[in-house]
Design a protein around this ligand. Structure first.
Ligand code: BG6
Length: 495
């Protein structure tokens, strides 16, 4: 066995972000109001109960619309990447990344979603970003929709529940793809397409009280179907028009272990894993798995579909599987007396072998390797880790240092597993992105103090701060790692 991890020349090392969590400038240069502009940090709610934070109702939306300030609505100001993008990209380039994942704010391009013409200033902004990235030989990975759609589509069309949205999304995606075609190869139609079942508003603009006479689960699965059709249309459009483009599905890869070897718990974990895979199955295999159809039947969920849907899904499957990985959970048939743990926005049974963050997410580096093996064995397709990282509170010292050893430890242990998997498990991996580049607003809690970046941004949970950037110790650590190029000494991870 070699003393080095050998990595192919074209492996992409990077960092990932999303528009609503970094950009700010929520009402500048023609941008329309986004669903993300209606989400606020709620200090009165326990951060482990974040489901409640983003469970927005009509009253909350009305309150948001009336408030023209950005103070209370963290995603309106983000970390002002909109005005700092040159500085931020330069710092990331100096760190040595070869890819940068970001998303397009749909309402920056079509402010109301149903506009006839795109907002030119929005398009130019993203063109400037990709040009800036290319200047430093950084490969852009673009998510078209990351928890960010025009609010008007919620108010006047019932968001992703109405089939009409597919047409608006199609116009949005073709406009963006055509505009950035010279610069972007990798496209992801939806961030964590499975997340709609966990936070229907943040992912798909679904507000429960707007569907008083409907089974809300049916509403969610109907909207999900529309997102699958829209995603297949992205694949179809790219493949038909641009041969070099590659389109991925993107799922939240939670790993669910049986709590112990009791076969009932093994069965339970298997069933929960099927729920994770249902989404990628549809996009990678091109049809609904029988177990999902059975669930619809049992729960009396009837979807309205069109004749051409089946063919569209089958003929336009994803080229690669992108996924986020943060944590794992356990499953038990009988949960009495067992503690709960969280993994991103899912929950499960606490795993006594793993530490837990302040937000209740259990830290499990081996789980990322398990995920790579599971996904390869199920789909035999190229994989792309597009999010992995640690949300933690950082302290800015008087001398403007941030000694985030815990983040270095987290990343080091996960990357070590990833590289071991590539070396030993026969994985085809396109690249690896940390979640976070600069710090940004948390998607689930809307906090600033849950930080993920290599670059600290001076801002608090209430929007106070200078927005100044400071490099953390983890910045220099990642820089060191990337400086090894295609041959990384294994002992780097044991230092
Ligand atoms: C992922 C999302 O699931 O988790 C990101 O795609 C999000 O948008 C990340 O920021 C971390 O979650 P959080 O809630 O800690 O920001």
């Amino acid at each position: 066995m070699s003393n080095d991890f050998r990595i192919s020349n074209d492996f992409l090392w990077g960092a990932a972000t999303s528009a609503s969590q970094i950009e700010g400038a929520w009402n500048e240069d023609g941008k329309g109001m986004s669903i993300a502009d209606c989400l606020r940090y709620r200090p009165e709610i326990d951060v482990k109960n974040y489901k409640k934070v983003n469970d927005v109702d009509t009253l909350e939306i009305e309150t948001a619309i009336k408030d023209s300030e950005d103070k209370n609505w963290a995603k309106r100001h983000g970390v002002d990447f909109y005005h700092h993008y040159k500085e931020d990209i330069e710092q990331l380039a100096n760190m040595g990344i070869s890819t940068f994942r970001f998303s397009i704010s749909w309402p920056r391009i079509f402010p109301n979603g149903d506009d006839l013409e795109p907002n030119q200033k929005g398009l130019e902004y993203y063109l400037n970003i990709v040009k800036e990235l290319k200047k430093f030989n950084i490969e852009p990975v673009v998510t078209l929709s990351h928890y960010d759609m025009p609010l008007n589509l919620v108010l006047n069309y019932n968001a992703w529940y109405d089939r009409e949205i597919i047409g608006f999304y199609e116009k949005f995606m073709t406009t963006v793809i055509d505009y950035l075609k010279k610069y972007v190869k990798y496209w992801i139609p939806f961030n964590e397409i499975d997340s709609i079942v966990r936070h229907p508003f943040a992912s798909a603009g679904l507000v429960k009280d707007r569907f008083p006479n409907k089974n809300f689960n049916e509403v969610i699965y109907q909207a999900m179907h529309h997102q699958f059709i829209a995603a297949a249309k992205v694949v179809e459009y790219c493949h038909r028009n641009y041969k070099n483009m590659s389109v991925g599905t993107m799922i939240t890869k939670t790993t669910v272990y049986p709590y112990n070897s009791d076969p009932r718990n093994v069965l339970k974990s298997l069933k929960q894993m099927r729920e994770v895979y249902a989404f990628s199955d549809i996009q990678v295999r091109g049809f609904y798995p029988d177990f999902l159809l059975k669930k619809y039947e049992d729960e009396k969920i009837v979807l309205s579909t069109q004749k051409e849907d089946e063919k569209l899904l089958l003929n336009n499957t994803a080229d690669f599987i992108a996924f986020s990985y943060y944590s794992s959970v356990c499953a038990a048939e009988d949960t009495e007396g067992l503690s709960v743990s969280l993994a991103n926005t899912t929950s499960g049974v606490y795993n006594e072998f793993l530490p837990q963050t302040k937000w209740g997410w259990q830290v499990d580096p081996t789980g990322i390797r398990i995920s790579l093996i599971e996904l390869t064995d199920r789909y035999n397709k190229p994989l792309f880790i597009v999010e992995n990282g640690l949300g933690a509170e950082d302290e800015l010292t008087k001398n403007h240092n941030i000694h985030d050893t815990y983040r270095i430890d987290y990343l080091s242990r996960h990357i070590q597993q990833v590289l071991t998997s590539v070396e030993e498990d026969g994985i085809r991996l396109i690249g690896y992105c940390t979640w976070g580049a600069t710090d940004m607003i948390s998607a689930s809690t809307n906090q600033m103090s849950k930080r993920y970046g290599f670059i600290y941004v001076d801002l608090d949970d209430f929007g106070n701060g200078t927005y100044k950037r400071y490099k953390k110790d983890s910045y220099y650590w990642y820089q060191d790692l990337l400086s090894y190029g295609t041959q990384i000494p294994k002992e780097f991870f044991n230092e």
